[in-house]
Design a protein around this ligand. Structure first.
Ligand code: ADP
Ligand code: MG
Length: 243
């Protein structure tokens, strides 16, 4: 297997609250991994540790075979390889759609304005938001904002995209649009790690499903295994509650 990210024995505590307890997981190139689990089980903290928005308390994160927590490792560069899409969009509200998709390319990657603009527009076309380049986030619906957030992340040419419940804050009629775009990205071979409550979507797009419970990976497997033939009592119990 061709691992992009290898996580070994990751732990994270906030004060004396041990939120992630010894998590090990690999992400392989081109793989779509979904993470499911109850609220409070540590899913967001796990994603935030992967891109080091949170500093792990213990354990190792290897990217392309290198330990990203080693002293002197180029963290700003590492972060550019990981695109993140949040539940709450996190667009820059003072910038229009085009500027949102260009600014990181120019300031972080050092691309020229013209090139950044071309790449931004290509990605906005992919998510069907190219007609809105002059709009400010406040003028957009939640679903439109999330599509722009996806285009912004893609414009940085990430190796891996991390999604933290990208449809949880959306009105129901907008969820489908965003999921369709994510499905297209998955089919294009993009490596994705997705925290989601959309079980039908997880079943459809995942190569592997991880069920988290109280800070551990309680069970992982193919979507057929996890949804069709779960082994652990707590997986069964969770699925029974949400399906
Ligand atoms: P999930 O995304 O599965 O709902 P989270 O990772 O958000 O779970 O939260 C897991 C636990 O970690 C919760 O008990 C939450 O209160 C705690 N937690 C998350 N972030 C912080 C933080 N910044 N400071 C303190 N506790 C936190
Ligand atoms: Mg969360």
């Amino acid at each position: 297997m061709n691992s992009i990210i290898e996580i070994e024995r990751l732990k994270k505590s906030f004060g004396d609250n041990l939120v992630l307890k010894d998590i090990s997981m690999n992400v392989n190139k081109g793989e779509v991994v979904t993470i499911i689990g109850a609220s409070g089980s540590g899913k967001s903290t796990f994603l935030r540790c992967i891109n080091l928005l949170e500093t792990p308390t213990d354990g190792k994160i290897m990217y392309q075979g290198e330990n990203v927590l080693a002293p002197g490792y180029n963290l700003p560069k590492y972060r550019t390889h990981l695109g993140m899409v949040f539940q709450s969009f996190n667009l820059f509200n003072n910038m229009n759609v085009l500027q949102n998709c260009m600014s990181g390319q120019v300031t972080v990657l050092g691309r020229k304005e013209e090139e950044a603009k071309k790449i931004a527009i290509e990605n906005l076309e992919k998510v069907g938001m190219d007609r809105f380049i002059d709009a400010k986030p406040a003028q957009l619906s939640g679903g439109q904002k999330q599509r722009v957030a996806i285009a912004r992340a893609l414009s940085m040419d990430p190796e891996v995209m991390l999604f933290d419940e990208p449809t949880s804050a959306l009105d129901p009629e907008m969820v489908g649009d965003v999921l369709r775009i994510m499905k297209k990205l998955a089919e294009s071979g993009l490596t994705m790690v997705i925290v989601t409550h959309e079980m039908a979507f997880a079943k459809e797009v995942s190569d592997r499903v991880i069920f988290m419970d109280q800070g551990v990976i309680a069970e992982e497997g193919s979507p057929e295994d996890i949804f069709g033939n779960p082994k652990e009592a707590r997986t069964k119990e969770f699925l029974h509650r949400v399906l």
